[in-house]
Design a protein around this ligand. Structure first.
Ligand code: GUN
Length: 285
């Protein structure tokens, strides 16, 4: 018997149904949630991501705006657009798709977004709120990972969680969310010697590295929960995560849980962006 799948598509569907109901209630009260998505440049992967975000908004009854700009857009012009969206009462969330072209400072862009509309949760203010346990908007990917872990019914209190990856967007906020849920947290990264020595002790492993086969069957404890944030391509060009999925799933045994790629974390990231936008709309209303 292999580990149970954690179905991110099904969980997303459940959450999006509730989001759509709450959005409809706000819309009926004349306060339809609105998200503005800005894409600078023509990176094909980013174009797909932003289209999916806008499509998800439409499906949940949100107002959405997609602004696409040439890669040569001046930083000052982008900052002016953000200022206009900050002042736009129909917009409750603003997302500038990363990465931005090299001549634009991503930190300036992130900090230009009004805190109340920072639905990515990337700003210093939002990060500080998470760090100190104050309410605020949480980065969508780690927020979605928490929902996936919760869906297993395995409580985090007293458990040992290992996060692999230390990015500002996933690894660091993930560690803080797990800490807030009373897990004992170890953060590993590319400079960690003997990763397996840590992961073999873990009840929960979140892998957010961006390199396939980072977590292999010999590195997990039977019964653990494995959350795979990676999106990579294998030799056949098929989408895969950071986890050696089939072998790890077998090694976890029937008490274990694991997210697939695709169909695990990916759909939850967009879902939690919708949740954040809804929360922002409810707070601003
Ligand atoms: N690029 C890749 N993922 C994300 C995300 O979650 N938000 C933004 N703004 N850019 C991204």
């Amino acid at each position: 018997m292999t580990a149970q799948l954690i179905d991110g598509v099904a969980l997303s569907k459940t959450i999006r149904t509730e989001v759509a109901e709450r959005a409809a209630a706000l819309t009926a009260a004349g306060r339809r949630p609105g998200l503005a998505v800005i894409l600078v440049g023509d990176d094909p992967a980013s174009a797909v991501y932003v289209r999916n975000k806008v499509k998800a908004c439409d499906e949940c009854g949100f107002h959405s705006v997609l602004e696409r700009y040439d890669a040569t857009l001046a930083e000052a012009t982008l900052l002016q657009r953000i200022a206009a969206l900050n002042a736009d009462p129909a917009i409750h969330g603003i997302l500038v798709q990363m990465p931005v072209p090299r001549h634009i400072d991503p930190h300036k862009v992130i900090e230009a977004i009004a805190t109340a509309k920072d639905v990515d949760g990337f700003s210093v203010h939002s990060a500080g709120a998470l760090m100190t346990g104050l309410p605020g908007l949480r980065p969508a990917t780690p927020f979605g990972c928490m929902k996936l872990i919760e869906s297993t019914g395995i409580g985090l209190k007293g458990r040992h969680a290992v996060v692999i990856g230390r990015s500002n967007t996933v690894g660091k906020p993930m560690a803080l969310l797990l800490l807030q849920a009373h897990a004992t947290v170890t953060v590993c990264h590319s400079g960690t010697p003997d990763l397996g020595a840590h992961t073999r002790l873990a009840d929960v492993v979140v892998v957010a590295v961006g390199r396939r086969n980072t977590l292999t069957a010999d590195m997990v404890k039977p019964g653990a929960v494995i959350i795979d944030v990676g999106t990579n391509r294998n030799d056949e060009g098929k989408l895969c995560g950071d986890v050696d999925f089939a072998a790890v799933r077998a090694a976890l045994g029937p008490g274990g849980h694991i997210t697939p790629v695709p169909g695990g974390v990916g759909p939850m990231t967009i879902t939690m962006l919708l949740v954040n936008t809804l929360q922002a709309a409810e707070a601003l209303a």
